[in-house]
Design a protein. Sequence first.
Length: 543
Amino acid sequence: MVKAACANSLWWLAGGPSYAAFTSALHAPDAAQERVLRTFLRKNSHTSFGREHGLPRVRTSEEFTRRVPIRNYDELRPWIDRIQRGEPQVLTNEPVTRLVPTSGSTAARKLIPYTASMHGELNSAISPWISDLYRSYPRALLGASYWSISPVSSAEFQPAEDSAVPIGFDDDAAYLGPFRKSLINAGMAVPPEVSQIASIEDWRYVSALLLLRRSDLSLVSVWHPSFFSLLLRVIQENWEQLLSEISRGACAVTGRLSPSVAASIKSRPNPRRAQELHGISPLRVDRLWPKLIVLSCWADGHAAAAAGELAQSLGSIVLQPKGLIATEGIISIPFAGCHPVAIRSHYLEFEEDSGRVLRASELRANHEYNVILTTGGGLWRYRLGDRIAVDALLGRTPSIRFVGKSVQVSDRMGEKLSDGFVASVFSKLFADERSRPAFAMLAPDVDGEGCRYTLYLSADAPDEICAKLDLLLSANPHYAYCRRLAQLSSPRFFRVSGDAFAEYSSRLMRAGKILGEIKPAGLSPLDDWSKHLSGQYESCGAR
């Protein structure tokens, strides 16, 4: 407990200068953003991208926006491909240390370049958030923390072709850079070695056991709320066994773990902790960990429902919604009860539906915008695809919340499937034109077994179509991650027997759509389509 408190206090103190600088910048967001842009131009103008766009001659933000068009990933990809092949000084003068995978809108994945400057930008946002969190909840300093550690995945992100640049993070804490990572690891309730456990069942069981051992757990930070909800389910389903192992200092799966992992989770018998837990219901999260003060997770957009369910089980524990944090960059952070734009990290622009592009200071309350960002990793005026709404002001800086993706996306558990990507999956799934059905749609469904995707077809299903669909969808790293963590179950098949498009249109018209605007879609973010389409569920490969 003393070790964790010291590490947390060091992190808090190290973030003090960033906290003060961010607090001051909130009152002059344009000046802060101009400084960020000037730094990017000074460091990266003399690159292949910079010379092609005349960046060495740019002196103002107005000149910058005239010379550099807004681009999506597919339009930036030729430069990123050059980085992947090992070419230097393409988008940045600094070496690209990693290419980090995330979901693509048309391709299975995007590779986002990271540099030392990019890590500095992330810390310029994370440090004020953590400092504010500990100032608001000082008792969280005193205990252990849990930052989501996912099972081994970096090898699975490696492409089939050679890459001169490493792909993927080593673990989730690496997102914060080496110094913050070391401080997090020093105060962690679950050691980083646990991420080496390949079996999802063993990883989840070990994580649940290690968390229950810690009576001093004071802070939890995860991405999607279902990540923690599934750990709570493991605790509930294995309650008596877990208490027995805490008492004996044992772990049921130790024999299946590598020696280094087994050594990292070794523990002395702790009958006192087991006895403390024995009289507690595993459904009472605030009593399992009486010192747990804050749980941070996504709580906007499609994560809102899952966050609401988790919050009901927390009792007195505060659920703090994360800001808008993407692989590409940090757009907003939790701070002083709001979620202000991270104005000291990246250069941010916001696009109205009319196409007009605004600075942060020009945003208006209760209006929605699409996010454009420029980063020290080499994304220049990059269309993120995220839509935000302004809900308040902090100083002169807008506080925002995530509304959803600006393209058709289904994102129940963090899988981020886009209509364009699903269309590419269908083209492979029905490569033979004779097998292409007149109606094919993928949509999420939630039932007693959890969340999964259903394939709705107006035709018989080819043999093993669900297994093939699952494999193709797993080319998206976020979908693969959710499947690996069992946040998503395997897909299933629904044979549509009626007039599929008429029934599809009827549902959308009842929701207010105009018939002339309705087009067939390969992906629907809506669930419960089995209640609106005639037909039945069939086993995959039914004839």
